[in-house]
Design a binder for this molecule. Sequence first.
Ligand SMILES: [Zn+2]
Length: 270
Amino acid sequence: MYRTFIPGIAPLTVQPEPSWWFAFVGNKLLVRAEGKVSEIPKLITLAEIALEPVRSQFLGTLDGQPCYSAELPKDALAPDGFTLQGLRELYGTLDEDLYTLSGRAIQIVEWDRTHQYCGHCATPTTQLSHERAKRCPSCGLVNYPRLSPAIIVLVSRGEELLLARAPRFPPGMYSVLAGFVEPGESLEETVVREVREEVGIEVKDIRYFGSQPWPFPNSLMIGFTATYASGDIVIEPQELVEAGWFSKHNLPQIPPKLSIARKLIDSFVL
Ligand SMILES: [Zn+2]
């Protein structure tokens, strides 16, 4: 983030003022498109462009400017001059701060949409005013926006790195290993387990690298590096179609710059 984003639950003033509106139809974001550049609409309300959200949430302020997320009706159409686009396609065409906020916004929209009723007793929930949470007035269950932490790890062996292909990857693309954290695990334990389960090798020297929100749909990727300790590669066929050691000088196709996977690989190679 280059500008200062201050998260909030409710606007500080009731005065309507121009705000950034992160409005979604399903998982597509409404943007004003001008050639290769996209812009988030800045409006007092979405009514200015003849749209009425099903529900909206105050997100906070970006350099003092209010930011809202909004869920638009399923059949809403983009007004003239606007388009609806997935977040992956928008990478590189939106201002970086606004791109990051779009990822935050879609997760708040999803949480808002899917927690209208208590998951335990089906009573309509009420939103708390002091934190981002919905509470059941009947049984007291509180639900926060869902986050699914996942580790992602670059395993190296001298000048080589371990890359693998999952069946869902585009043809020819390889990446580092990743997997969700299980209840009760430390992140380091997840790293050891995932590498062992997916490719059958043992790793050591696990070091924190960095993290990245990954709103597809609600992950937080926590990056690590590790070095090879022992074992031969034996892939888990449910998870992977191929895995191997690659020289840093002769890499296959790797993920685009959007991802922490790429940052991990670049940090090793460059
Ligand atoms: Zn309940």
